[in-house]
Design a protein around this ligand. Structure first.
Ligand code: SF4
Ligand code: MSK
Length: 636
């Protein structure tokens, strides 16, 4: 351990940081080598600013920064007169704007690739799922009969581009095409129907500028509108287009945890969110040419593994092993066995450059909108995707001889899993119709469905809440579906394998055994929360029951990102009771807290529920689901 850590007493209780095998041994390795990780930096931040935690600081203009004393002993208004209610609501609105922007800009990037395909300018990409293209086009009113895929795609690209730029007051096209009719009536009545993705995000910034919207209700309602633009259009678009270009996921087997790295191979990690890059890197790395090239540098070949959601994208479609979730990105480099970490965007810690600098690892940024000081930047252009992907993979391979073999430590842990549960794949597993699921819900074989999603966060024990909540729910015959870092946690802890049916209650176990599926279904990356929306819509319409009345719930047990705030908000607006396991920065305003956790239910049917204890949270989710069953007169 370095003297500095000894002095600062920043040695972590490694075994208590995470429940995931392999994590503590790499934390100890990092500490011995004097390397700081996310948990050390989080400790250095303690005590975190109380005003920030409560959401009552504002620096939206240069009369500030201002902060409100929520206990009434200090200032009750900012220099402009903004109250705690205004400031808290404005801060949340800005979080939603950033989250919706991240998801939707990701969608815009994929739509641009489809445009290039249509124009014949991106030979490395093609329309892989013609059926999905036609289904989406038809839903949007684009003619498909006797037309080629490219003709249809040309119209689709134009319709989707207008989601970002149209100037009329009409609802977004994807919302009109895909959202349940009953929900749309609710949104119309509340005045939160989204009109244009960029406009809603832009309006968040306008409303929160000094001297504009001061009413927490009005601010939060616009947050709902922006989040709906994300969920039912931006994120939805990212998912649909990824399926069209790269294929709709189907169930497949794969492996998760740091043990997927290989001692005698060139290890490449793809990290970030957008499959446009990662799919090409995987293809290049696994090509015979690159496997042979690696041998020239003394390696047995090239091994690619995923990290975070771009990892989920290549896991869902190609079965590429996944090395870990967000908090494990630095640990992967700490193994000393990673030749290159290739990143696109979102959830990529700038600290990676420092950690990579302690080893031979090349951190390679690829996106024009994302640079990290200290990283090697090789800009990715879809027009030259194959060429650039090969160039990046070669950088990794040529770096293999620089590895210090004596510093390599790859934890041996890895877990088998099943992923690839798109809505289409779930339907297929059910025999082509929702009926078996609907019947199982009605007769109580399955008591309900919970969407468990979201990030990991150094504020809480890594993966503990994800696993505790999921286990408790399946034990109580609640089917769990999910995305993002939850899915990776569930995979590493064996919950995504059909054998995990043994942890499920008798009803759910019977169904899982009959269908040979796990009790927790991996539905994709964080933008793929849109798949959960589509599943909810299908169930709601099959039963003719609006989403708030269904025995369903959502949970983000360890969330941290602004994208998660947007996701949580569009789930609530879609009528879902939504649990948050880390506390959002709203407690400085009783009014905003009450609006989000109580009053919103009367308007939208869903609400937030905040509970850091995963056992208690699971109990509450179960009782909410049972209450909804009682109201439907279904057995409990
Ligand atoms: Fe202070 Fe108002 Fe400016 Fe915010 S907008 S920094 S509360 S003066
Ligand atoms: S990567 S947004 S930490 S899920 Fe999608 Fe994980 Fe959350 Fe990033």
């Amino acid at each position: 351990m370095s003297k500095r850590y000894e002095y600062l007493r920043l040695k972590l209780p490694a075994k208590q940081v995470s429940i995931t095998p392999g994590v503590s041994e790499l934390i100890e390795k990092a500490e011995e080598e004097g390397i700081k990780l996310v948990w050390h930096r989080w400790l250095e931040q303690q005590p975190q600013c109380g005003f920030g935690l409560l959401g009552v600081c504002c620096r939206n203009c240069n009369m500030g920064p201002c902060r409100i004393d929520p206990f009434g002993y200090g200032p009750t208004r900012g220099t402009c007169g903004a109250t705690a209610d205004t400031i808290v609501a404005r801060n949340i609105l800005r979080m939603i704007a950033a989250g919706a922007a991240a998801h939707s800009d990701h969608a815009r990037d994929i739509n641009r690739v489809l445009r290039l395909v249509v124009e014949g300018k991106a030979p490395a990409y093609k329309i892989t799922d013609s059926e999905k293209l036609r289904t989406v086009a038809q839903a949007l009113g684009i003619p498909v009969k006797e037309r080629s895929d490219l003709e249809i795609a040309k119209d689709l690209v134009e319709v989707l581009e207008r989601e970002f730029g149209k100037q009329d007051e009409e609802p977004l096209s994807l919302v009109k095409a895909l959202a349940p009719k009953k929900r749309m009536k609710v949104w119309e009545k509340a005045g939160v129907m989204p009109r244009n993705i960029d406009r809603e995000i832009c309006e968040c910034m306008h409303r929160t500028h000094v001297g504009v919207d001061a009413d927490p209700v009005s601010l939060l309602l616009h947050g709902v509108r922006t989040a709906l633009a994300d969920g039912w259009s931006g994120s939805m678009m990212a998912t649909l287009l990824s399926d069209i270009l790269f294929g709709t996921p189907k169930p497949l087997k794969a492996v998760a945890n740091l043990g997927v790295l290989k001692e005698n191979m060139v290890n490449i990690i793809v990290h970030g969110h957008n499959p446009v890059l990662s799919m090409k890197i995987v293809e290049a790395a696994l090509s015979d040419e690159m496997q042979e090239y690696a041998k020239k540098f003394g390696a047995e070949g090239v091994n690619v593994a995923g990290m975070c959601c771009t990892g989920n994208e290549v896991l869902m479609r190609l079965g590429v092993p996944i090395a870990g979730n967000m908090l494990m990105q630095e640990l992967a480099i700490t193994t000393g066995a990673v030749e290159a970490m290739i990143v696109d965007y979102q959830c990529v810690m700038p600290a990676l450059a420092d950690v990579a600098g302690c080893y031979h690892t090349k951190l390679i940024t690829t996106e024009p909108k994302m640079h990290i000081p200290g990283a090697l930047h090789i800009e990715f252009e879809p027009e030259k995707a194959d060429e650039i992907a090969k160039k990046i993979v070669k950088v990794a391979i040529e770096n293999y001889p620089n590895r210090s073999k004596e510093r390599v430590h790859i934890p041996k842990y890895k877990m088998e899993l099943m992923a690839g549960f798109s809505v289409e794949a779930i339907l297929e597993a059910l025999g082509g119709t929702l009926d078996p699921l609907i019947n199982a819900l009605k007769d109580g074989t399955i008591k309900g469905i919970a969407g468990v999603v979201g990030c990991v966060n150094p504020k809480v024990k890594h993966n503990f809440s994800h696993v505790t909540i999921s286990k408790k729910l399946i034990e109580n015959d609640i089917l769990v579906v999910g995305t993002g870092c939850w899915a990776i946690a569930a995979g590493m802890h064996g919950l995504l394998s059909p054998e995990a049916a043994k942890y499920a209650g008798p009803g759910l176990r019977k169904i899982c055994e009959a269908l040979k599926i796990p009790p927790c279904l991996h539905m994709g990356s964080c933008v793929d929360c849109s798949r959960i929306l589509l599943a909810l819509k299908a169930i709601s319409e099959a039963l003719n029951v609006d989403i708030p009345d269904l025995p369903v719930a959502g949970s983000a047990p360890e969330w941290m990102s602004e994208k998660a705030v947007s996701i949580g908000t569009y789930f609530v607006a879609s009528g879902v009771f939504t649990h948050l396991g880390t506390i959002p920065p709203v407690l400085g305003s009783l009014k905003v807290t009450k609006l989000l956790t109580e009053d919103v239910e009367d308007v939208l049917g869903g609400k937030f529920y905040v509970e850091p204890d995963p056992e208690k949270a699971a109990e509450t989710i179960i009782s909410v689901i049972m209450e909804k069953r009682k109201k439907l007169h279904w057995p409990t």
